[in-house]
Design a protein around this ligand. Structure first.
Ligand SMILES: [Zn+2]
Length: 275
């Protein structure tokens, strides 16, 4: 397994054409799957998660297999349903291209293997949570718990997200993940408790506690204050500049996800600078 802070850097030209085609199809399909999950988990979705075949959300007609092919399906239909001519959301091709780029980034940094799969699943979960929280203030508990499970398992077993400083400090990998979970969950729970005593209502959703615990199980306890600070700062900016925030509710989970990404990039840059 390749630690996230120690990428191996493989040039794109060292992959064969067949490899590149398989990687592209794989990650475009992941993107397609991801956007359909987001649409189905949305609180106002007309289609349940259990429904196997995709349908047009406007006319409910089944979409042909050829039109379900990522990117290609959207292009041959010129972005419109062939039955009712309603526009197909651009979120589908956007998500497919996003995962294609993630796939290129991961395979050229971590190779084709279990590390890349684990990082993809975590990005997949964060992507779903980011958009569901941003649009509907909804963080499904089972996706939150999957992040916790991945964080604990892969840190305890392979130290996948643990940078060398922690190992030098002598912190055991399993403690790193569990302290992260504990401090992540309890810090937001405590902040909410104080808010509740003063304002007599909840200030932070319960989904945010578990999400921050999950982020803690991945990045460890020491990262949490910085992630919370950046997330709160982004939330303040959103509150000041967004018209959506006027009715008072903030997609705090989305900002925590964004700030954990910023934290990771800063840490990675710091690492490559030191090494
Ligand atoms: Zn239609």
């Amino acid at each position: 397994m390749i630690n996230i802070y120690n990428p191996v850097f493989i040039s794109l030209s060292s992959f064969s054409i067949i490899d590149l085609i398989i990687i592209s199809i794989f990650f475009l399909s992941i993107g397609s799957f991801c956007s359909s999950i987001i649409f189905r988990l949305a609180p106002n979705s007309p289609f349940p998660l259990s429904k196997i075949r995709s349908c047009c959300p406007s006319c409910s007609k089944k979409i042909d297999a050829i039109n379900l092919i990522p990117l290609f399906g959207f292009m041959i239909q010129s972005g419109k349903c062939k039955f009712c001519n309603s526009n197909i959301s651009k979120f589908y091709p956007f998500t497919e291209i996003f995962f294609l780029l993630i796939g290129i980034l991961l395979t050229t940094n971590y190779g084709i293997g279990l590390s890349t799969i684990v990082y993809t699943v975590i990005i997949f979960c964060f992507y779903i949570l980011f958009f569901l929280d941003y649009k509907y203030l909804y963080l499904p508990v089972y996706i939150n718990l999957l992040i916790v499970l991945l964080g604990i398992t892969f840190n305890a077993q392979y130290q996948l997200f643990i940078d060398e400083t922690f190992l030098i400090l002598g912190i055991r990998p399993i403690s790193f993940a569990f302290y992260g979970l504990f401090f992540g969950y309890s810090s937001l729970w405590l902040i909410n408790l104080i808010f509740k005593v003063i304002k007599k209502k909840d200030g932070i959703g319960g989904g945010d506690f578990i999400l921050f615990g999950g982020i803690g199980s991945i990045h460890g306890p020491i990262a949490l204050p910085a992630i919370l600070f950046i997330g709160s700062f982004l939330g303040c900016l959103y509150f000041i500049f967004s018209k959506k925030a006027v009715n008072g509710e903030l997609p705090f989970g989305s900002f925590l996800i964004l700030s954990s990404l910023i934290y990771f990039v800063l840490n990675l840059m710091n690492f490559s600078f030191i090494n």
